[in-house]
Design a protein around this ligand. Sequence first.
Ligand code: SF4
Ligand code: SF4
Length: 367
Amino acid sequence: MKMSKLDKLNLSLSKLGFGAMRLPQKNGEIDQEQVNNMVKYAFNNGINYFDTAFVYNDGGSEIALGVALKQLKREDFFLADKLPFWQADSKEYLDNTFNTTLNRLQTDYIDFYLMHALDREVFENMMKYDAISWAIQKKKVGKIKYLGFSIHDDYDFLLEVLKQYDWDIAQIQFNYLDLEDNPGEKGYLELSKRNIPIVIMEPLKGGLLSDIPDNIAAPFREIGGSNVSYAFRWLAEKEGIVTILSGMSNMQQLEENIKVFEDIKPLSEDEHKAILKVEENIKTLQKVKCTGCRYCMPCPFGVEIPDIFKAWNTKAMHNSSNWISGTFIDYKSAGKCVECGKCMTHCPQHIQIPEMLQKVLSEKIKK
Ligand code: SF4
Ligand code: SF4
């Protein structure tokens, strides 16, 4: 496994991080046995960075990861977790949430504690409850080792966040399709310039960059190599990126990802050109920039938002007049949307969800 040396923190992190946002499921529940096996396999193959959040699977991710990590010695791995300020309604919320996280994960401390999914609104709430002073206190007593943030907003807002504290780490969404915003390439360059270690989320854009139909990924097929390897290698060669998270849902994905990181090489000029071409191909077809993160769920009116968007993009990418079987659960639930707007307050991609749902309905849908 390729490792990243963080001189600033005197640590060594695996270049591939184990993201626990899309853990394997069985009968609608997290498959604990598979999680245990995957965590063990990941660790035995050099992964030492495990990432979860208070809200993933409504707490199920923290619980499952806590159980699986019991197989390892606590000092042998790094645990990252995140506090969701959009739910905070009192000062006590911070301690309560943090203590719940420790209990669920069966640990006494968190290595990397992040202010989760910051945007202007979430940030306002974070400042209202004086969260940075609170976190500094936790650092002093060893409950938090390093303090960071994850962000889903523009470059100017990133600068605002950077003014508030000398952050130990930052997590951003970045991949060869997400260059413009959120905070995009400019954000990445800013963090790199300031020597803040960068963790990447959504390197495969919720699977969109791995499940590319062959006609769209033709430039990759011509020169050889998997879709996944190009997405990872594009990031891995960038200065300042210390860990690339992948939310793996089964052992096969984990094995494939580890293989890429075992002997990761810089991209050649031809490979860079192929990526640009594939990026262009996807952008002309993609319907909606949904990553499938599910922060918008549940919709109180039963709209299956991420499933609908996934199927819509899949249909467009495969140039199919029909919805692709097996990718779609209930597109008709788009019609249940009453435009209450609740989902949009949580969408890190700032998607105009009700408007997009109307577009889905207005297409001539055949099953
Ligand atoms: S705007 Fe529509 S999809 Fe979003 S939460 Fe409200 S009803 Fe559900
Ligand atoms: S609509 Fe937004 S919040 Fe919902 S899954 Fe997609 S990206 Fe995530």
